[in-house]
Design a protein. Structure first.
Length: 365
């Protein structure tokens, strides 16, 4: 059952009013972030169509919440422009969220060509579909905090800082930003914004080579948690916080192109900057048992040790700020996996977390 009301919380009523009956297309809806975004929009009363490849695992969030029964579920490759354009014409979305991507740094070393094809050409295809339509009112291109040329600074990167990326994944996301900027400046009829976020955590993520899913697999199997880079520092944020920023931005962009188009960083408060080791310790604490094992790797592909975004722009202009701090984010993530392990109804668990999050949000329109 969809949410009927959110009590007295203005931010939630704002979204409910704006998204009810809105036609929304999400690419990558079978993935971790995409499935949560799809469920949020379904709860808000939107008419959602998803375009993506099959989910990777039977236990993926998409499958567990039976999302295919709630939205228009279409299988397709983001690199297939002809099929994608037909979906646009058939569904005529008013708002587009482009999340489909190859998202794993280590995988990009193994398959750099596929990474660039998916993350760059896929973005071109989405933008072409938007350019050739007269019904898309806002398009949000989701890239990554790794699109910046990372100098291991102690301060956060601003939207005006230099893009780069040494590994294929990071470089592909920087390329996607260049493509989006080019379309924004070349085709004035487009209404575009790109969002740069990263290191989101939450229930239902089972991706390989990501620290939180690695933790949960180990804990469920009663194995030690193996970590490669314990002192690497990341801005840990719950997936719902990032998605809420996307939802707000899309609505504002559709209503005021001049103010809200362009580039936006999305990230947590400074006190959510924690080492991988601290994250794992907190996960073990909330799980109630477990142990960590550090394995030093030789000849490993390099990964950034420190990365942080300056989110002044989105806080001052969009009036968005994170609702859940580091402890809240880890607690709610672990709680989801605990209930999954106990065999509880995952769709209800996920909806309950969305409601809980929305009620904790302090956004004022």
């Amino acid at each position: 059952m969809k949410i009927k009301h959110f009590g007295k919380y203005g931010s939630s009523m704002f979204l409910l009013d704006k998204y009810n009956d809105k036609r929304v297309l999400i690419t990558g809806h079978t993935g971790f972030k995409g499935s949560w975004l799809s469920l949020m929009l379904f709860e808000l009363g939107a008419k959602v169509t998803g375009y993506a490849l099959d989910p990777v695992n039977c236990e993926d969030h998409f499958n567990l919440i039976k999302l295919n029964e709630k939205i228009e579920d279409i299988r397709g490759d983001i690199r297939d422009y002809n099929k994608l354009s037909k979906v646009f014409e058939a569904f005529k979305p008013e708002i587009v969220f482009h999340l489909a991507a190859q998202t794993i740094v280590l995988e990009s070393y193994r398959n750099p060509k596929d990474t660039f094809d998916i993350n760059v050409q896929g973005t071109v295809n989405i933008l072409e579909c938007c350019r050739n339509s007269n019904f898309v009112k806002a398009c949000i291109i989701v890239t990554s905090d790794k699109c910046y040329e990372n100098k291991e600074w102690l301060w956060g990167y601003r939207e005006i800082d230099r893009l780069g990326g040494k590994d294929p994944y990071s470089a592909s996301k920087a390329c996607a930003e260049f493509v989006t900027y080019s379309y924004l400046k070349s085709f004035r009829e487009l209404n575009l914004a790109s969002v740069r976020a990263g290191n989101v955590i939450g229930g239902g993520d089972w991706a390989n080579n990501r620290i939180l899913p690695d933790c949960m697999r180990a804990l469920i199997a009663n194995d030690p948690i193996i970590i490669r880079n314990p002192l690497s520092i990341r801005p840990w944020q719950h997936v719902l916080d990032a998605l809420y920023a996307y939802l707000l931005l899309a609505i504002k962009l559709s209503e005021d192109k001049n103010t809200y188009q362009g580039v936006w960083n999305v990230g947590p408060n400074l006190d959510s900057m924690k080492t991988v080791e601290k994250l794992v310790e907190k996960v073990i604490f909330y799980w109630g048992k477990g142990k960590m094992q550090i394995e030093q790797q030789t000849n490993a592909n390099p990964e950034a040790k420190y990365l942080f975004l300056d989110t002044t722009k989105i806080r001052k202009i969009l009036h968005w700020k994170p609702s859940w701090n580091f402890d809240d984010s880890v607690f709610n993530t672990v709680e989801w996996y605990k209930k999954y392990q106990a065999g509880e109804n995952i769709a209800e668990i996920s909806r309950d977390q969305i409601r809980k999050f929305l009620k904790s949000n302090e956004y004022e329109n």
